[in-house]
Design a protein around this ligand. Sequence first.
Ligand code: NAP
Ligand code: GDD
Length: 363
Amino acid sequence: MQKRALITGVTGQDGSYLSELLLEKGYDVHGTIRRSSVDFRERIAHLEDNPRFHLHYADLGDSMSLMKVIGKVRPHEIYNLAAQSHVQVSFDVPEFTADVDATGVLRILEAVRQCGLADSCRIYQASTSELYGKVESVPQNEETPFHPYSPYAVAKLYGYWIVREYREAYGMFCCSGILFNHESERRGETFVTRKITLAAARIAQGKQRKLLLGNLSSRRDWGYAKDYVECMWLMLQNDIPEDFVIATGEQYSVRDFCRLAFHYAGIELRFEGEGENERGIDTATGRVVVEVSPDFYRPTDVVNLLGDPSKAMRRLGWNPKRTTFPELVRIMVESDMAKVAAERAGEQVRVNLAEYLEKGILK
Ligand code: NAP
Ligand code: GDD
């Protein structure tokens, strides 16, 4: 039997990798998209010719659109990846973040029930290490207490608990992956890793003078997104619905990431000073290429995330070390070096909208 999967947030970093994985596994993949005034879909453009890849308009803030798409597709598996996923932005749009990241999860669960799929459809919820927030112990595992520390994390905490509630109240197969930060060459350009790799590539090629960052001492457990989407799938193939921490078990600071990214771009950095006066200096030229700007400080910042992936290794057979930290940084820098070089050469990098219109994908 051909399995049907529905992915919300298909245009995002994880949605694009998960689509590739499920298509490789023979699934019929349905993704939800939403209307936007700049409607190019760089991350999934290469999939749109695949006859097993389908797109539907829906929004997590609109229960009727969710009921419609879930009732029409009748998926065997739903991966709820859609979210306002930027932590700093959640301080600026807290109500929208709550509507999408908290109530949106409830809308999916209830739509599955209302469509009569509670017994047949398995649901993955994209939960997050941000739940640990102002961390109460290090490393963090499935038993570590939560202390959310941003409007984003508080909204995601509701998502986590409503999934548990539907599992216990209605016996639904729904579970949360508590994923630590995962990055890639497809990462949004305002998350710190991609901001750094893109800036390192631009600075190395003379297109940018300086990179402004916030808290350089913040520490994260960074993995490769392509490895992490496999875990999402494994969680829905498990015999029972359970929540899992997905992480590498290694931790680095933003400063460490910066040093390594610039190294792969051909620039050796030396950091000097403290706090707002800290600077990253190109050791070859003595030029300041990294500065701290309080604009990127958060009202409350999560600074010490380190995951313990033992349960996922034991129960799902997942390997957290498939892509190492240096490999991840190198992949991202190489990709951005090539993109910046192509832009400099005047090549078309963005997807051409006309193609979508011709295929009738855009309305
Ligand atoms: P991302 O690149 O920001 O993608 C988010 C996706 O959600 C996009 O497809 C976006 O659509 C969609 N979306 C946003 N608001 C929506 C709405 N109201 N209705 C429908 N779709 C909406 O995020 P990601 O890095 O792939 O992360 C995927 C999920 O995992 C998110 O839920 C995130 O919070 C969670 N997570 C991520 C990480 C990480 O390190 N990447 C770690 C833990 C948890 P548009 O393209 O139209 O904006
Ligand atoms: N974005 C950003 N920009 N972050 C900066 C900067 C900067 O210029 N300078 C320092 N940082 C610090 C932030 O303060 C934070 O402590 C850390 O770098 C990581 O920030 P992000 O890359 O924006 O990611 P995040 O950890 O806040 O959130 C991501 O990971 C979560 C999982 O822990 C997102 O993908 C969330 O959706 C996800 O849940």
